[in-house]
Each structure stands twice: as C-alpha cells, then as structure tokens.
Design a protein around this ligand. Structure first.
Ligand SMILES: *Cc1c(COP(=O)(O)O)cnc(C)c1O
Length: 389
C-alpha cells in the first residue's frame, strides 16, 4: 500500500491524531480517490467545473452560490478579498492594497486564532473587539454588540466570526447588527462538521460567506474546501482565484456566476491565484460531499466507532471512551503518558496520537477519523509495546 512512498524513501505513519494538515489527514474513501484519479486523465474548462461545484454546493448548503477552494484557509483569504473588492475589477487589481483603506475586519479578541492570518494575506487588517475575560478566567465578559458597533469606521470591510457554540455574541445576533451596519460577515466553519446540519446553519443564521474544510470530516482531499454564501460575494471571490489569462471577448460567465457580468472589465489574475484548486481536488471534494450529505449520521458514527472497537479488541490496554463530541474518541491515561507518546512517535511506523490533553492530564487521545482499518493491528502492537516498555 505504501509503494509510491517507498519508492521515494518516505516513511508512512499511523495517524490516530486526527485530520491535521501536518500529518496529511486521513485516508480517502476509495470512491473519492477513484474520482480524483479519473479526473486526472481528462481536461475540462475550470469555469464549467466550478459551475457544477456551485450547483452541488448550493444544494447541500442552501447558499446562493459556492465553489471549491484549496482549503478553508484559502476560503478565508478569498472571502476577505471579496469583501474588500466586491465586483470592482479595479479594486481586485489593487489588492492587497485598497484605495480608500476599506480593509478592516472586526473580530472578537477571544476568537483570534492561527488561521485568521489568511485575512491579512489578502490585504485585510484585523481589528480586535472586546476583552476575553470569559476565556482567560478573569471575568465573565467577552465581546458585545455595542463594542462591535463602536469599532465600525469607514475603513471597515467586514466581520470575521469563528463558528463555535460558545461564541459571544452568538452568530445570529452579530449578523443582525452587521446587516444594519451594511457589513458582510465571514464565518470560519472549517471544523464545524459533523453535524451535517451545520452545512446550512451558519448561512441560515445570517452569515454572508461561510468556509468549510474539505479535508476534515467531509472526507475530501486534504487540499480542498468550500466557500459559499451570497452570490455577489462568492462570485467576486471566484473571480480573484480564476486564471483569467484569456482575451476579454472570450470570457463567458456561466449562469451560476452571473454577477461576473457586472465587472466593468476583466481583472488581472487575482490575489487568490496562488490558492488555485485543480480538477482532481474539485471532483474529490464533490464526491466526498455527496457521500457526507447522503450518509445517515448514525451510520457515520457507527463506522468511526467500529474502528475504535476493533482497536479495543486487538489491544488489552485500559481504554476509556470519550463520547462527548461529534466524533467518538478513545483515551489512554498514564502517569508516564509523555514518555509513552514519545516512544510511539519514535517507533517504525511512527504513531501519532492527539496530545491536546497530554501535558496537563496525562491523557493520550485516539481519533478514528484519520485511521485506516488496515492500520489497526500495527497500532495495537505499537501501543502495547510503548505502554509496557
Ligand atoms: C482546520 C481549520 C482551518 C483550516 O482549514 P484548511 O482546510 O486546512 O485550510 C481554518 N480554521 C479553523 C477554525 C480550522 O479548524
């Protein structure tokens, strides 16, 4: 199975950590991998490809429009570019600079994260709102609607909201205020699936642009994602990713992206061009999305649980189940968990487990999303050896 990696001297690993980019995420379903392989052997017009993606994504999300990006982070970059330039081709050409300096994005200070850099990559500037006392433990407050409104200036281009059930103010409240202020809200929902209902939820709550990661629970290729929402903004984002090196007269916008026709002229290749996505990723994502929306939630959880059950059957260690989240997990608790984790990583094949609770609680967490059933015997052997060493 590791033939191609062997040929180039690349060690394969056992990934019980999760769908991390750093660990190349999990195995693709055969149907998804087959779609990518098949897509790789024919040529298509990329605009036709993204028009089909738009039809598929609008069906799954209820959005006016959508397309496939090279990831959620790329989706954030493109969303910011869309909020700044809208359908103004000149403004697209000027990014990452803006003529009137309308480049600020408000974000609750408690929601700042590693991925918000994508907004700045497009030329945006993040303006922090509120004080995260609720998160630091110093108090109960976070960011309030009044503080958001106070931060709005003629330079404000939009709001970035990181979807989370504990977010303050809640998305629906924030969107209500944003609409009155005429500001679009970008929702980072990269890791908010499952539940599948979240494909519709953030748009229904008023989000203007929503991004999802394709390489997480949707089960698409690692370098894929979804950007969906308002047709004018989605179309602006697409225009800034597409390769537009063609004579203007030959450019024919498909009906799915009709707002492209509102641009006064065809912009140059845009700021999102370096986030380009290939036909293989688009087709892989679309097949994965159909599988994700077509699969009953109970069946999906049972499929993940079966991998964990197989591990428990193959391995006599004192596993504890963690059923608190959308994805069932296994935990191993040990006074010497740090050393065990280091031994696992040093093994051949190296085994990666989730370390979020390692240092404070001595807990190793195993996530079934990125595990291939064929890895289970080797994982059981590696865990047993590292435990008793
Ligand atoms: C994973 C993640 C991203 C990045 O997703 P990619 O598809 O890997 O680009 C962005 N934001 C959040 C909150 C995430 O969890």
């Amino acid at each position: 199975m590791s033939g191609v990696f062997d040929r180039f001297g690349i060690p394969t690993i056992i990934n019980a950590y999760g769908t991390n980019t750093r660990l190349s995420a999990g195995p693709l379903a055969d149907e998804v991998a087959d779609a990518m392989r098949e897509a790789a052997t024919a040529s298509v017009d990329i605009l036709d490809l993204q028009a089909a993606a738009c039809r598929e994504i609008t069906r799954a999300t209820g959005a006016e429009a959508g397309f496939v990006t090279s990831g959620a982070s790329a989706g954030l970059l493109l969303a910011a570019a869309a909020c700044m330039a809208r359908l103004d081709a000149g403004a697209m050409n000027r990014l990452p600079a803006t003529r009137e300096g309308r480049c600020e994005f408000l974000i609750a200070r408690s929601q700042r994260n590693m991925y918000d850099r994508a907004i700045e990559t497009a030329g945006g500037r993040l303006v922090d709102v509120g004080i995260p006392d609720r998160v630091s433990g110093a108090g109960v407050r976070d960011a309030s609607v009044g503080e958001y409104l106070d931060a709005v200036t003629p330079r404000t281009a939009g709001i970035l909201h990181v979807a989370n059930d504990r977010a303050e103010p809640p998305l629906a409240t924030l969107c209500h205020v944003a609409r009155e202020a005429g500001l679009p809200v970008i929702v980072d929902a990269a890791a908010q699936l499952p539940p599948a209902a979240n494909l519709r939820r953030f748009l229904a709550e008023g989000g203007d642009l929503v991004v999802y990661s394709g390489g997480k629970a949707i089960g698409g290729p690692q370098a894929s994602g979804i950007l969906c929402g308002r047709a004018d903004l989605v179309t602006s984002a697409l225009a800034q990713m597409l390769d537009l090196d063609l004579p203007e007269a030959q450019f024919r916008p498909p009906p799915e992206f009709a707002p492209l026709g509102q641009m006064a002229f065809l912009p140059r290749t845009g700021i999102g061009r370096s986030s380009k996505v290939g036909r293989e990723e688009v087709m892989g994502l679309l097949v994965a999305l159909r599988r994700f929306t077509g699969e009953d939630a109970t069946a999906r959880t049972a499929r993940w649980q079966a991998r964990l059950d197989a591990l428990r059957d193959a391995c006599p260690l004192p596993f504890e189940a963690d059923q608190a989240g959308e994805v069932p997990l296994l935990m191993l608790r040990h006074a010497d968990a740090v050393a065990i984790e280091a031994r696992l990583r040093a093994g051949r094949p190296a085994v990666h487990v989730n370390t979020a609770r390692l240092l404070r609680e001595g807990v190793l967490t195993l996530n079934p999303l990125s595990l291939h059933p064929r890895d289970i015997p080797a994982l059981a052997a590696a865990l047993t050896a590292a435990w008793t060493d």
